[in-house]
Design a protein. Structure first.
Length: 92
């Protein structure tokens, strides 16, 4: 499984409709509007890197109103239950 975070800049009038368009794309599991240098973040989960490539370049890149994207590919996942073990130094 390949997990990626697509940072997206969008034309302002299209923010709401782009979010709906993104959620209609297979492989995009979540979309967040965010503060900072990007307008939105899409969370992507696909089986192979080739699927990610097609999703970003053709599906997302083909949407009207998308100005720019930046893709971050996750190497490893840490969940809340794992964070306790990550910070545990073995002292009682």
């Amino acid at each position: 499984m390949v997990t990626a975070f697509i940072l997206i800049n969008v034309e302002r009038p299209r923010l709401k409709t782009i979010a709906d368009d993104l959620l209609a794309i297979d492989g995009i599991t979540e979309v967040y509007s965010v503060a900072g240098p990007f307008d939105m973040i899409a969370v992507v989960r696909v089986k192979e890197h080739e699927e990610l490539s097609d999703l970003v370049t053709e599906r997302i890149g083909g949407l009207e109103g998308i100005n720019d994207t930046e893709t971050l590919i996750a190497f490893r996942s840490f969940a809340k239950k794992d964070l306790g073990m990550l910070w545990d130094i073995g002292v009682d």
